[in-house]
Design a protein around this ligand. Structure first.
Ligand code: UD1
Ligand code: MG
Length: 449
């Protein structure tokens, strides 16, 4: 790779009109993280001397997301060329290579950027090109008979013949930092969109007798731009594929990877198994050997080794689950701690609860944690047996070794090793059902005759 000092300019001031959104386009998220942050990570791998992000006015959210990198505000969004001009003061005196990237192409890899920098070498400029089956919307790289880059024709300016060209501008450039400012001064807005296009650089350099080169990338997926919500979904799909592969390479089994949605910070240890259709939201950590069954949803959860979750479980928000726990079908857990080896095999709601070890929670048992105004805590000790269909009305404490009988609504603390039973005694009327049936059937016969 080139040994010249490197600076990177990321263009991110565009209004993102085609996204139909009030958010800056580059703040739209992929795997729960703004696209600009994915790009910044890839850039950091190149160890540049400086990264300058061109932002628009009134984009405080974006300014905060890119810190500690420098931002340059483009007051009037007059095109990609105008945007690079805004970065020039921050690059004053820099004479190395300047890599110019589009903030809306966030999945470009370190090796692709390195190839572009190498292609520049001692040339004035290199452009990253790609052959697209459907080049619509992209600038076309116009080469002369000698195969040299003459010009870039934007979709709206291209002639019918130029539109047939499938070699497109991915939007990434590497320019000679010493001359960049003078070239920027020569860009005009004499085009269909009346914008200052950065894509005018090759023709300006050519007219000065300078040399440009094109680095062609084989796979268009990583430089797919994001202009619309459909593009955003396509990028998400690509990124999810990369994240899943990274997890599988680290020893995570996925029975149907395409149906597992990962957050950027999902941590899954080797030896975990994921069944189909699982959603990971922010801040989930799974220790070794955890098994997540189909159709489960996890967020803000730490799960220790050997535990199984689901199918159809939902665990959200500040949940800590111990070792070898069984969380079964249609179980929801919120803001709770579950001790080792505890079991809630089906249809339970555990909210604002601290549960000890070896607890068994029966089917349909719930913590009643909300009184309409505030949430309250349920404390369950170790070795507790909570029967089916129990309501534990918080705040309440069920002490170690206690039994709570099925069908009970518990509003008072239960001491250790006691039985708590809160239900009416059934009254049995022998022969009542047979008599009732007889009367009803006689009435039915009379009506029909
Ligand atoms: C641009 C290229 C096109 C290329 C395509 C690749 C130009 C004129 N066209 O078109 O050749 O094939 O990307 O995806 O460069 N931006 C600013 N300030 C502005 C305008 C844009 O910072 O005034 C930023 C945007 O935030 C965006 C990037 O520049 O991140 C590209 O702008 P966009 O309008 O999406 O350009 P494309 O039409 O995609
Ligand atoms: Mg674009």
């Amino acid at each position: 790779m080139s040994t010249k000092p490197l600076a990177i300019v990321i263009l991110a001031a565009g209004a993102g009109t085609r996204m139909k959104s009030d958010r800056p386009k580059v703040m739209h998220e992929l795997a729960g993280r703004p696209m600009v942050n994915w790009l910044l990570d890839a850039c950091k791998n190149l160890q540049p001397e400086k990264i300058v992000v061109v932002t628009g006015p009134d984009m405080p959210e974006l300014e905060a997301a890119i810190k500690p990198h420098v931002s340059a505000v483009q007051k009037t969004r007059d095109g990609t060329g105008g945007a690079v001009k805004c970065a020039a003061p921050a690059l004053k005196g820099f004479t190395g290579d300047v890599l110019i990237l589009l903030g809306d192409c966030p999945l470009i890899t370190k090796s692709t950027m390195a190839a572009l920098i190498n292609a520049k070498g001692d040339n004035a400029l290199s452009v990253l090109g790609c052959v697209m089956d459907n080049p619509y919307g992209y600038g076309r790289l116009i080469l002369n008979n000698a195969g040299e880059l003459e010009d870039i024709a934007e979709e709206k300016d291209a002639s019918g013949e130029q539109k047939q060209v499938q070699l497109v501008n991915t939007g990434a450039f590497c320019a000679d930092g010493e001359k960049l400012e003078s070239w920027l001064g020569k860009i005009d807005n004499d085009n269909a969109q009346k914008e200052f296009y950065i894509t005018q650089l090759p023709s300006i350099i050519k007219s000065e007798g300078g040399q440009t080169s094109v680095a062609v990338i084989a796979d268009p997926t990583e430089i797919h731009g994001c202009n619309t919500r459909t593009d955003l979904a396509a990028l998400e799909k690509t990124l999810q594929g990369l994240l899943r592969r990274a997890h599988m390479n680290e020893g995570v089994s996925m029975q149907d990877p395409d149906t597992v949605y990962l957050w950027h910070d999902t941590k899954i240890a080797a030896g975990c198994t994921l069944e189909p259709n699982i959603y990971f939201g922010p801040e989930v950590t799974l220790e070794a050997g955890v098994h997540i069954r189909a159709f489960s949803h996890l967020e803000g959860t730490h799960i220790k080794s050997g535990t199984s979750v689901g199918p159809f479980a939902r665990i959200v928000g500040e949940v800590n689950v111990g070792k070898d726990v069984k969380i079964g079908t249609f179980v929801e857990i919120k803001r709770s701690t579950i001790g080792d080896r505890s079991k809630m095999a089906h249809l339970a709601y555990i909210g604002d609860c601290t549960m000890g070890e070896d607890v068994n929670v029966g089917c349909g048992a719930i913590t009643v944690n909300y009184d309409g105004f505030e949430k309250h805590q349920t404390i369950i000790g170790k070795n507790v047996m909570v029967g089916s269909n129990v309501n534990l009305v918080a705040p309440v404490h069920i002490d170690d070794g206690a039994f709570v009988a099925a069908g009970s609504t518990i509003t008072e603390d239960v001491p250790a090793d006691s039985l708590s039973i809160a239900r009416d005694t059934a009254e049995i009327r022998k022969g009542w059902a047979a008599k009732y049936r007889k009367i009803k059937e006689a009435a039915k016969r009379k009506k029909a005759s």
